[in-house]
Design a binder for this molecule. Structure first.
Ligand SMILES: [Zn+2]
Length: 104
């Protein structure tokens, strides 16, 4: 399963390569076929913001309510790792690549 480049229309990005392209604010990665720079589109941005937002709320909540140090780990560190991992996996398999807007 490969992802389509928005410039040349070829299926040139593997799931891992696509995830490494980063979000709309990153500089992206070049297509191996045409050299166009690609980033993950709006859906990726939305999903990643939601995941990180949820993790952040959980961290803040834990910060003010924790009663033991292990709670900080389980509700403060783990959700953040999950949010990043889930966002990365989402980029690997879902969403579309778009043309990078940001100039290098
Ligand atoms: Zn291309």
């Amino acid at each position: 399963m490969k992802h389509t480049c928005p410039y040349c229309g070829e299926k040139t990005f593997s799931p891992l390569q696509k995830a490494l392209c980063g979000g709309m604010s990153s500089s992206g990665k070049n297509c191996p076929s045409c050299g166009g720079r690609c980033v993950n589109g709006k859906l990726s941005l939305l999903v990643n913001s939601l995941l990180r937002g949820a993790a952040l709320i959980m961290i803040l909540y834990t910060y003010f309510t924790y009663t033991s140090v292990s709670q900080i780990f389980w509700f403060g560190v783990v959700p953040l790792l999950i949010a990043f991992a889930a966002g990365f996996l989402f980029d690997m398999f879902f969403g579309k690549l778009i043309e990078a807007i940001k100039r290098e």
